[in-house]
Design a protein around this ligand. Structure first.
Ligand SMILES: Nc1ncnc2c1ncn2[C@@H]1O[C@H](COP(=O)(O)OP(=O)(O)OP(=O)(O)O)[C@@H](O)[C@H]1O
Ligand SMILES: O=C(O)C1=C[C@@H](O)[C@@H](O)[C@H](O)C1
Ligand SMILES: [Mg+2]
Length: 181
């Protein structure tokens, strides 16, 4: 698979809690790729948590940092990149994402909510009705996520390992070999 990919980066997109970080790390290992998580890079560079960035600088500042990180990461090859759930919102980010293969992890809101109900690290979910918030975020973003090259629909009982394997199996269908003349 690594030889078929020829170093092309894989970008995982999708809603918060869908498993981009968890699956991305496994996928990188299986492909002998490096692993980058844009949220982690932003937090490390800023020296504060994502919650603190949202609180102290606002979402717009976070989105700018996210674009800055993505623009730098896409200059490298042989990476699996777990993105933040809102990376799809800015048009300029798509020009970076399209440097590689874009994989949408798509799970129902109920599954995502069951994972994040007690999690306080997602600032956009610090809401009086987090499940409804997830629903409205997904509604706003669905058509953007759908621009991915590969969609992986995730069922309740699937392990991160099974999801990583399904992604690897889906790659050949979107990597067309050049036509020989
Ligand atoms: N396939 C899975 N089965 C069970 N739990 C999972 C699975 N994938 C991820 N999780 C759990 O769900 C939570 C969210 O996963 P993760 O942090 O990987 O999501 P994410 O898509 O990176 O979210 P964000 O966009 O907020 O960074 C974590 O507690 C993780 O352990
Ligand atoms: O869906 C979102 O907008 C976000 C998802 C996380 O990955 C973080 O990037 C942050 O919490 C915002
Ligand atoms: Mg993540």
């Amino acid at each position: 698979m690594s030889s078929l990919l020829q170093g092309v980066n894989l970008y995982l997109i999708g809603m918060m809690g869908v498993g981009k970080t968890t699956v991305g790390r496994l996928l990188a290992k299986q492909l002998a790729y490096g692993f980058v998580d844009t949220d982690d890079v932003i937090a490390q560079a800023a020296g504060k948590s994502i919650n603190q960035i949202f609180d102290e600088e606002g979402e717009a500042a976070f989105r700018q940092l996210e674009s800055d990180v993505l623009s730098q990461v896409c200059a490298f090859t042989k990476l699996t990149i777990a993105t933040g759930g809102g990376i799809v919102l800015r048009r300029e980010n798509w020009s970076y994402l399209h440097h590689g293969l874009i994989v949408w992890l798509d799970a129902p809101v109920e599954l995502i909510y069951s994972r994040l109900a007690d999690d306080t690290t997602r600032p956009l979910l610090q809401d009086s009705d987090p499940q409804e918030k997830l629903r409205s975020l997904l509604e706003q973003r669905q058509s953007l996520y759908a621009q991915a090259d590969i969609r992986i629909a995730i069922a309740q009982e699937e392990t991160p390992e099974q999801i990583a394997t399904r992604i690897i199996e889906a790659i050949p269908s979107v990597l067309k070999k050049p036509v020989s003349h």
